[in-house]
Ligand binder design. Structure first.
Ligand code: PLP
Length: 384
């Protein structure tokens, strides 16, 4: 048993359990202490040192899921992302990022980097050759997000890694949309893998958390910076996150299965123009996605035909909820042009491929027939 690699469900349930040696309970106890004896142990444990029993054990589960040596848990996805970036950057460094990255990350870069004299370049491309053209002598990090939001654009992990390694550059990915079940970027050489655990890892739309997975060496460096910023997660929420992760594989596999069926159905619906889902052969990133993803994920987007108002459509949905967040067990929608990208001009939105009728869909675990019925009746009720 010892040398056998555990299956995904077994890892989700068992890896990194905190053993209850006193009462032999079936689940991890929570260690809430902020003070640990230091006289007879060599580790100085403290929550902000990211080394309480619950933090250390949960990090093992996440590292195992992401095929890395180590991991750290944070109080939010943004804490994971910001602490990790600042761990490697100093004044005079340059970062290349994709324009399509999460809005909070975009804001972090635009609002904070200048204060520290860190240079950055955004690219609207998914093509490694365009990244190559942006390289500078001082480029330190290439930061990507694939599949991207909201059009599920796919970036070639292998190509990015090769470019970065040839130039001594660190690679960082936001792997939230795929989750470790559908994509393990470290297998393709990506150095640092960040997650908003608020999404699939938490999975029940009830906790806010983040995680980073990387080699021991990189985690050591992230740790050294993170203890200064202090973005650790409370032990109670860590425990909830551990409980959530036990069903990560079950949930995400099912959500992915339903999303794939839904995307296929939507691409045949005459009231819908384009469907964006990397699992559809018509998607421009399909071939690469097939190479680097184990499943195509549970996020998709589609364009309502003109004449169907996206806000009216969403109001007419019966149980599918309009919501900014994503990845829960319940299906949710958001219309980017009217919400997340509302501050851009229509011209800027169109440049990024975001049309007015675009709906981003986060697929839950409801039966696909029920989702189809709700979408169909909402389309019908929104026509005039
Ligand atoms: C939500 C999200 C984040 C930020 O995570 P928080 O937990 O809200 O801080 C980062 N990246 C992606 C892709 C997200 O969806």
């Amino acid at each position: 048993m010892k040398n056998k690699k555990l299956g995904l469900n077994s890892i989700c349930v068992h890896t990194g359990e905190v053993e209850d040696t006193q009462f032999k309970g079936a689940v991890s106890p929570i260690f809430v202490a902020t003070s640990y004896a230091f006289d007879d142990v060599d580790v100085k444990r403290y929550p902000r040192y990211f080394n309480t029993p619950n933090q250390e054990q949960l990090a093992k589960k996440i590292a195992t899921l992401e095929h890395t040596e180590n991991a750290m848990i944070f109080s939010s996805g943004m804490a994971a992302i910001s602490h990790s970036m600042m761990a490697f950057l100093k004044s005079g460094d340059h970062v290349i990022l994709q324009q399509v990255i999460y809005g909070g990350t975009f804001n972090f870069v635009v609002k904070e980097f200048e204060k520290f004299g860190i240079e950055y370049t955004f690219t609207d491309s998914y093509d490694v050759n365009d990244f190559k053209a942006l390289l500078q002598k001082n480029t330190k990090i290439i930061y990507i997000e694939t599949p991207s939001n909201p059009l599920l654009g796919i970036t070639d992990l292998r190509a990015i890694t090769e470019l970065a390694k040839n130039n001594g550059i660190l690679t960082m990915i936001d792997n939230t949309f795929a989750s470790p079940i559908n994509q393990n970027p470290h297998d393709f050489g990506i150095d640092i893998i960040a997650h908003s655990a608020t999404k699939y890892m938490g999975g029940h739309s009830d906790i806010c958390a983040g995680a980073v997975a990387a080699s021991n060496l990189h985690i050591e460096q992230i740790w050294a910076t993170s203890i200064n910023y202090g973005g650790n997660l409370s032990e109670y929420t860590i425990w909830l996150l551990e409980r959530s992760l036990k069903t990560l594989n079950l949930r995400v596999k099912e959500q992915t299965r339903v999303a794939h069926k839904l995307a296929t159905y939507l691409s045949d619906n005459k009231d819908i123009d384009t469907v964006y889902y990397p699992g559809l052969p018509s998607h421009p990133g399909y071939d690469i996605a097939k190479e680097q993803m184990k499943g195509f994920g549970a996020m998709l987007s589609f364009e309502l035909k003109s004449g169907i108002d996206p806000m009216v459509f969403q109001r007419n949905l019966k149980f599918i909820k309009p919501s900014m967040s994503l990845a829960g067990l319940e299906s949710t929608t958001v219309s980017p042009a009217q919400t997340t990208h509302a501050l851009l001009s229509e011209e800027e939105r169109l440049e990024r491929g975001i049309r007015n009728g675009l709906i981003r869909f986060s697929t839950g675990i409801e039966e696909v027939e029920d989702l189809i019925e709700d979408i169909e009746q909402a389309i019908h009720a929104s026509k005039h």
